[in-house]
Ligand binder design. Sequence first.
Ligand SMILES: [Zn+2]
Length: 189
Amino acid sequence: MITADDLTKALAERGALLEGHFRLSSGRHSDRFVQKFRVLEDPAILEPVARAIAGAFRATQPTVVISAAVGGIVLGYEVARQLGTKAIFVEKENGMPALRRGFALGPADRALVVEDVVTTGLSVREVIDVVKARGASVAGVGVIVMRAPADFGVPTFALLDLPIVSYDAAECPQCAAGEPILDPGSRRA
Ligand SMILES: [Zn+2]
C-alpha cells in the first residue's frame, strides 16, 4: 500500500508542493500550497491513493462514494471503481450544496465521503449534511491530504497529514513585506 512517505515523494516529484504567497480557498494566507491536481490528473498516482482509501473502508461496505465537485469527482470515481459502487457528487445550486443530475441517495445507503485536501473541512461537512438530509448514513471520510485536524464525527482516514501554517490577511508576514499574492485555490483558479 502507498505510504505517507511515498505520497510525499510523489507530490514533490510532480511539483505539487508549492512555496510562495498564496490565498487559500478559506481566504487565509500561507507560504505553502498543495496543488492537488498534480495527483488528480495522474492515474499512475491516483490509482494507488484511491486503493488505500478504498481499502480503509471496504469492511464498512459503502453503497456509494460521494464527494464535492470539482476535484473530488476524480477521486470519488476511482475509489468507487475499486469498491464496485457508484460515484456521485455534491455541487452548488443557487449557492447551496446539493445533489443534482438525478443522483440517487436514500435511507438504505451508507455513503463513503472522499475529499482530496482538507483544510477547513467545510466541503466535507457540506457533503455530510447532504448525505444526512437524504436519510443516508456516513460510512466514513477518506482524505488524501489533511492540512489541519478535523473531527467529522465519523471514522476518518487520511493518507498524509501535512499541517498548514496560515495567517489572517491582516497578520500575514508576506503581505507586510509587500509580496504579491497568488490565488491557486480550486474555487477560484
Ligand atoms: Zn499574505
